[in-house]
Design a protein around this ligand. Structure first.
Ligand SMILES: [Zn+2]
Length: 64
């Protein structure tokens, strides 16, 4: 009996052995998970960078 695991993306059971996309059931689910992870990673520092810029602009205006 082949080892089966649940895909973290769609919760569907898939075969572990000889599966190039494991623990995902397909390349599609693998890309969805990777995309969600990178989106989360870049969204947070991006917001902080914009906030820093805003503060600097306000200080410049006060000096003038
Ligand atoms: Zn899946």
């Amino acid at each position: 009996m082949p080892l089966r695991v649940k895909c973290p993306t769609c919760r569907q059971e898939c075969v572990w052995e000889n599966n190039p996309h494991r623990p995902f059931c397909s390349d599609r689910c693998q890309l969805i998970d990777l995309g969600a992870w990178t989106e989360e990673r870049y969204r947070i520092p991006g917001r902080g960078f914009e906030a820093q810029f805003g503060d600097e602009d306000e200080e410049d205006e006060k000096e003038h």
